[in-house]
Ligand binder design. Structure first.
Ligand code: GDP
Length: 425
């Protein structure tokens, strides 16, 4: 048996999809443990590109079972579309399962999120408007009881839950935002045809995981977003509504923390972030634009340009601690190929004091001054290299510096988007 958690060590978009897909080759079960269709993983298989939002990246491996765990929130419209797209490209999705207990993103969640973000104006959180936050808010409110995945198979139950929800939500829609009320019947009519399609994937996800653990299976828990978007550990309030950190793998899936053997933290060779919030090593000039262009840093889900900056050793060290990382997968090293020198942040200075881990109070983080060292670049393409020793000396030194800063060894180095462009250590 082996239980591995794949977690993003920065603000998401580190390349978790590619690494999960590689691990899935030797895995029996891949479990998505949090988030919803606000995630976007891109996987390249033999030059074919797959953009997955909800479905775990293991779906591209025939023998791998994939579960959307109870900690995720599922938009049935997106799920049906994603299954349809995969089936049209020859992937049956027969191995897909969705936990009964996952909460459902309904059309009214998306509607309310849009109204709320519009009302916030310049103070908007910069969400993806996929209804994820409102769905998690309903989950924690508990009453009126929100729609969960198993409810999608029962028309009268679904209708009643929608009516209960809209009795409350329409007060907000009408009186807070001055918009016409939503019709419960219309929402039901929109969801029911799709619900009938996707409800056949519903299972007791917790039992599925526990049976896999008892059956000594190889399981990968796949995180979405990244450590500093975690609701508790991230740069609050500019965070997501769930728990991307490794501990999140245990929430809602049936996994106890002591069953985890390995936490692979995905660390991009530089830093990016989407939306608002602090980003200490952001480069708004030419350097950032070079990273954006060479790294294709535009959102998989939204197409938004990502904010780009240099590797932040403080971020990486803090993330390694928060996740209990046992190893790193360093991704997108090839994006740095052209640079003559590469700045790396090795500490923060705040009020004359040097810090090597991140302050958890956002106002303090706003005040830090990143302290950089310049490492030599390698100025040659890495895309064809398959062994660590074959990397140019400067690239080896760069990898070693990341390992030092994170205090965790690298196990994988990714030098291009395809499966083959991966150095296994
Ligand atoms: P995720 O959400 O963490 O899976 O990351 P994304 O899918 O949003 O972003 C990763 C993007 O980088 C995808 O388009 C991948 O195909 C691509 N990618 C992954 N690893 C590498 C790499 O090592 N080099 C390059 N150039 N691209 C990569």
């Amino acid at each position: 048996m082996s239980v591995t958690v794949v977690v993003g060590g920065q603000w998401g978009d580190e390349g978790k999809g590619k690494i999960t897909d590689i691990l899935a080759a030797d895995t029996d079960l891949v479990v998505r443990y949090q988030g919803g269709s606000n995630a976007g993983h891109t996987v390249i298989v033999q030059a074919e590109e797959f953009k997955l939002h909800l479905i775990p990246s293991g779906i591209l491996r025939e023998d791998c079972m994939c579960l959307m765990g109870g900690g995720t929130v599922i938009d049935p419209l997106v799920l049906a579309e994603e299954i349809g797209n995969l089936q049209a490209r020859g992937y049956s999705c027969d191995n897909l399962r969705v936990s009964y207990t996952a909460h459902v993103v309904m059309p009214y969640h998306k509607h309310i999120e849009k109204l709320a973000e519009q009302a916030r104006g310049r103070d908007s959180i910069g969400t993806t408007l996929r209804g994820i936050g409102p769905a998690y808010t309903d989950k924690t409110r508990r009453m009126p009881r929100p729609v969960r995945f198993r409810d999608l198979s029962d028309a009268s139950q679904l209708r009643k839950l929608i009516e209960d929800q809209l009795t409350e939500k329409n007060i907000i829609v009408q009186h807070k935002y001055g918009q016409p009320p939503l019709s419960a019947e219309q929402v039901f009519e929109e969801i029911w045809p799709v619900a009938q399609k996707v409800s056949s994937y519903a299972v007791d996800g917790q039992r599925l995981v526990q049976d896999a653990l008892r059956g000594e299976r190889r399981i990968v828990f796949e995180g979405a977003q990244g450590t500093f978007l975690d609701l508790d550990c991230g740069t609050y309030p500019f965070v997501t509504s769930s728990h991307p950190v490794a501990a999140g793998a245990c929430l809602g899936t049936g996994l106890g923390p002591t069953a985890i053997d390995e936490v692979i933290m995905i660390c991009k060779a530089y830093t990016t972030r989407v939306g608002a919030g602090v980003l200490p090593t952001e480069d708004e000039g030419e350097g950032g634009q070079l990273l954006r262009d060479r790294g294709q840093e535009y959102g998989t889900t939204t197409g938004r340009p990502r904010r780009c900056g240099w590797l932040d050793g403080v971020v990486v060290r803090t993330a390694a601690m928060l996740n209990g990382a046992t190893c790193l997968a360093i991704t997108k090293l090839d994006v740095l190929d052209e640079l003559a020198t590469i700045p790396v942040c090795i500490g923060y200075e705040i009020d004359g004091v040097m810090l090597d881990t991140m302050p958890s109070w956002p106002d303090d983080l706003e005040k830090v001054r990143p302290v950089y060292e310049e490492l030599p670049g390698w100025q040659q393409p890495l895309g064809q290299i398959t062994a660590r020793e074959e990397l140019p000396a400067a690239a080896q030194a760069y990898v070693e510096r990341i390992e030092e800063l994170a205090a965790v060894p690298a196990k994988l180095i990714s030098v291009g988007p395809s499966r083959e462009q991966t150095i296994h250590i």
